[in-house]
Design a protein around this ligand. Structure first.
Ligand code: KPC
Length: 237
């Protein structure tokens, strides 16, 4: 049977690149808060922080595809086109990070696991960030939330390995997307970021999508509970 993949945060950035990549050999459902209909993709509008949205989207996926093999919890937020140190940030910023980045993957995992258990397969992947590995001082709530995104895959990996279900996280470095253009389109801010990247440039979203696609395949069957850092050495120095 054809592999079925669900990608959240599918309308843009890493999610859109991942949808394009996985669609080459899988049926793909793309979930996003904004509508983004694409040919050949089951694009559904849902807010991952809203349980009824997730339940409705999942029901539609099962109705159309019958099962889910791969879940990519990619939906996430930075908090918008403004970054500030902790003492200058609103506590509500952290509520948004927790609702989308931390809580979002949970109802999706809950939705797909019973069917995955019945099929004794497959794979949950959480897209975190190198913000889970190193400090982004002007994004403290986001940094904390990404730590949680990585931590969440460990109990999944431990509990469901005997059932043949794998759970892994990826930690992408800074990537050019609609969410980061406010920073990367400003010469000085961009140079500051590039100075931290040994390769001297930020990533293209499809460079992360390629890694997610490999992880989602059946080649790496002995990897679970793992955090794959994609940062061309940012955290190595
Ligand atoms: C790599 C990462 O997640 C850093 S968080 C920075 C996002 S933003 O401040 O919008 O450039």
């Amino acid at each position: 049977t054809t592999r079925v993949a669900v990608v959240t945060g599918a309308a843009s950035g890493i999610g859109a690149a991942t949808v394009a990549r996985l669609a080459a050999d899988s049926l793909v459902a793309g979930i996003d808060v904004v509508a983004s209909p694409r040919a050949g993709v089951l694009d559904l509008t849902a807010d991952v922080s809203q349980q009824p949205h997730v339940d409705a989207a999942f029901a539609r996926i099962i109705a159309d595809f019958g099962h889910v093999d791969v879940l990519v919890n990619n939906a996430g937020t930075t908090g918008g086109a403004h970054a500030s140190l902790c003492h200058d940030s609103a506590v509500e910023d952290s509520d948004l990070m927790m609702a989308v980045n931390v809580r979002g993957p949970f109802p999706w995992a809950k939705a797909v696991l019973p069917a995955m258990l019945a099929r004794r397969s497959e794979h949950i992947m959480n897209v975190a960030s190198i913000a889970a590995q190193v400090a982004f001082p002007e994004r403290c709530a986001r940094t904390a939330s990404k730590g949680a995104v990585v931590a969440f895959i460990r109990p999944l990996a431990a509990a469901y390995a005997p059932a043949g279900i794998r759970a892994n996280a990826t930690c992408p470095g800074v990537v050019q997307t609609p969410m980061t253009h406010w920073r990367l389109d400003r010469e000085l801010l961009r140079k500051k970021v590039e100075a931290r990247v040994p390769l001297g440039r930020v990533a293209r979203a499809n460079e992360f999508a390629a890694a997610i696609a490999v992880l989602a395949g059946d080649q790496l069957s002995y990897i679970t509970g793992h955090t794959l850092v994609l940062d061309v050495g940012w955290t190595a120095i």
